[in-house]
Design a protein around this ligand. Structure first.
Ligand SMILES: N[C@@H](CCC[C@H](N)C(=O)O)C(=O)O
Length: 306
């Protein structure tokens, strides 16, 4: 009888931050081989668990991609979009990632450092005794406004000038009068010139509710419209400040309402942003993956002898 390779049993967690939902795969020893096809299947809401993004939790010492940060951070957030592409940063994803580390007992609550493709980020997880869904904050750094020439966003017959904001990932932010003007966002808004974003872009539609309060909808690169986006909330605040002539530095606390909930953005005196909001782990289970999903397939077993 031919020995059969057993399916690989892989634990998973499901979590969300303001309804921006993630599939988290613990992979401390860098054992998983995640190709784009597998990521697409797992993030699909019919063929997999379903998620706006996948977070692989791997030790920086185990994954050559994260080795540069091993001296500063124990854990690397390997973020994947549901279309299989990678992104350097995810504001809600890193907050859910931190919540997982604390809830699993891998780190105590309080301050922790997590590596991302955009560099290391300081995160603060409120003590879980306060609330299982207590707030999680992340230092997002200073937004960059590279100003790479005029960019427009078009939806139907409406066209707006957009501001390019780099939060570790690219955003085109448009300040609109009414969020319904963004349409149903079932397809991506048209961004011109397309050459401005050779690797795609997230489009954020923001309405100024008051000087420090925004309402935002986001069409995420590699995803579609999501219920919330952390980097998008920060990019929208950067655009609001830019429109108000508050360039670069200057303290301020902003409230950002998204379809899935409320996020807070605090801008410190040097212009850095701190993003705060809810983050919760809501489920856990076991995936049954093909042996090819592992770098070292499990040892073959003889299932039956004749
Ligand atoms: N949901 C995220 C952003 C995830 C990455 C994005 N789709 C991209 O491709 O840049 C957030 O909360 O920031």
């Amino acid at each position: 009888m031919t020995p059969a390779l057993p399916l690989a049993r892989q634990p998973f967690f499901k979590g969300h931050g303001a309804e921006n939902d993630f599939l988290l795969l613990p992979d401390p020893g860098h054992r998983l081989r995640l190709d784009a096809h597998l990521v697409r299947r797992l993030c699909d809401r019919r063929t997999g668990i379903g998620a706006d993004g996948l977070l692989r939790a791997v030790r920086t010492t185990a994954d050559p991609e994260a080795a540069a940060w091993a001296g500063e951070a124990e854990w690397f957030m390997d973020y994947r979009n549901p279309d299989g592409t990678t992104a350097a940063m995810c504001g809600n994803g890193i907050r859910v990632f931190a919540r997982y580390l604390v809830d699993s007992g891998l780190r105590p609550p309080g301050a922790l450092v997590i590596a991302t493709r955009a560099g290391v980020r300081q995160v603060h997880v409120a003590d879980r005794s306060a609330s299982l869904q207590g707030p999680v904050s992340v230092q997002m750094g200073r937004p960059r406004l590279p100003g790479s020439g005029p960019v427009d966003v078009t939806v139907g017959r409406r066209r707006w000038p957009a501001l390019h904001v780099d939060m570790g990932n690219p955003h085109a932010v448009v300040l609109v009068e009414d969020l319904t003007h963004a349409g149903d966002l079932r397809t991506a808004p048209t961004v011109t010139p397309a050459s401005a974003y050779p690797h795609g872009v997230t489009v954020d539609f923001a309405v100024r509710h008051s000087a420090r309060h925004l309402k935002v909808r986001v069409h995420e690169r590699g995803v579609g419209e999501t219920r919330a986006c952390g980097t998008g909330a920060c990019a929208a605040v950067a655009a609001l400040r830019h429109a108000a002539g508050e360039h670069g530095t200057g303290y301020g606390r902003y409230t950002v309402d998204l379809p899935g909930g409320r996020l807070h953005v605090r801008v410190t005196a040097d212009g850095s942003m701190e993003l705060t909001g809810p983050a919760a782990i809501v489920a856990q289970g076991t995936l049954h993956l093909a042996p090819t999903a592992l770098r070292r397939p499990p040892r073959a077993r003889v299932l039956a002898r004749t």
